[in-house]
Design a protein around this ligand. Structure first.
Ligand code: AMP
Ligand code: GLY
Length: 330
């Protein structure tokens, strides 16, 4: 089978490295890829959001499976684009459709989903430019630090954590009125600050069954002593030393199971990775965010621990037979 990996990060390098080891993989492509993917795949210089260009290479290279690394093409509806095209509708896409990708594409959608399914998360409220006065009043009712989140995608920069209330009001104004993050901050979610250590949990689902991959922890702040600004992730480890059996059971019972059930009950027909960003608040797991893809850099420490043939797992994801698979973890 010919396979295409979309993206250009360490995540995509890892996917290519692993997929190239599969006896099921004939020709492997990455778009646009990077120096790492070039070691095992052919890089194709394509914009990841140019679906017509992707269509062309998928047809030309007889590609039968596409793994979507980053969130933007998923939120922009790459899966829906493939499904509505006669020539592409049989190609397996690993990643959810536009409706489910809102779990990452809209913080407000994700919070409402969690509330509907009783999934533990920080308390929140949401505001637009017309309710900015209410937002100021809401801030006054909360203890610092203040957590402000642009509703839409903002390249990992849309979350601000601010200690001073006047500064928080200024930032809120700049998000809602001055469009600091463009349309992404037309709506802002303000939420309770949660104190604890974070970890990342990854589930591969075919829409019915979910397989939980090993947990990982990424380290976001740049510079020594964790004092710099947040980045997408400076590095990662797996296993996570503090993720005890007990804690993982809580994650499974209170978060993973209701998330999968919620997706199924809402007919979101999800086929791909769900990345659940968690925080350990005094021994209780709470969800910080959902992502609709694998983490970068977490993939670099998670995928090498999977002994299974990844392409077989992806095939089972597409044809909804993940139930038959057992993960073999190093
Ligand atoms: P997000 O994009 O929602 O993952 O947020 C980016 C980062 O902001 C997270 O990885 C956390 O470090 C931090 N963060 C987000 N929400 C909260 C919260 N409610 N309490 C504390 N930290 C948070
Ligand atoms: N490392 C965090 C992310 O992929 O969003």
């Amino acid at each position: 089978m010919n396979i295409l990996v979309i993206g250009s990060g360490g995540r995509e390098h890892t996917f290519c490295w692993k997929i190239a080891q599969s006896p099921k993989c004939e020709n492997l492509y990455a778009a646009p890829g990077n120096a790492g993917t070039a070691q095992t795949a052919t890089n194709l210089q394509i914009d990841i959001n140019d679906f017509k260009a992707i269509r062309k290479v998928v047809i030309n290279h007889k590609i039968k499976m596409v793994i979507v690394g980053p969130e933007a093409p998923l939120v922009n509806g790459i899966k829906d684009f493939f499904q509505s095209d006669q020539e592409l509708s049989k190609v397996s896409i690993i990643g959810p459709g536009r409706n489910s990708a809102k779990l990452e594409g809209s913080k407000s959608f994700a919070k409402e989903f969690m509330n509907r399914h009783n999934i533990p998360t920080a308390k929140h409220s949401e505001f637009t430019s017309s309710s900015i006065e209410q937002a100021y009043d809401f801030l006054k009712t909360m203890p610092p630090p203040y957590v402000l989140k642009a509703d839409g995608l903002a390249a990992g920069k849309g979350v601000l954590i601010i200690n001073d209330i006047d500064q928080a009001k200024l930032e809120l104004k700049s998000m809602l009125i001055d469009k600091k993050f463009g349309e992404a901050s037309d709506k802002v979610v303000i939420e309770e600050f949660l104190e604890g250590v974070e970890l990342s949990c990854f589930v591969l689902t075919d829409g019915k069954t979910g397989i939980t991959f090993p947990m990982a922890k990424d380290y976001k702040r740049i510079g020594e002593e964790d004092k710099g600004l947040n980045t997408g992730g400076m590095g990662a480890v797996s296993p996570v030393p503090f993720a005890s059996k007990d804690f993982i059971k809580k994650i499974n019972d209170r978060i993973i199971k209701p998330t999968l059930l919620g997706l199924e009950n809402e007919n979101l027909n999800y086929q791909g990775f769900i990345f659940i960003g968690l925080i350990n608040v005094g021994g209780e797991p709470k969800v910080i965010e959902y992502n609709v893809r694998m983490g970068d850099p977490e993939t670099e420490v998670v995928i090498p621990r999977i002994k299974n043939d990844l392409v077989s797992l992806f095939e089972a994801t597409s044809n909804q037979s993940l139930k038959e698979k057992i993960l073999d973890i190093d």
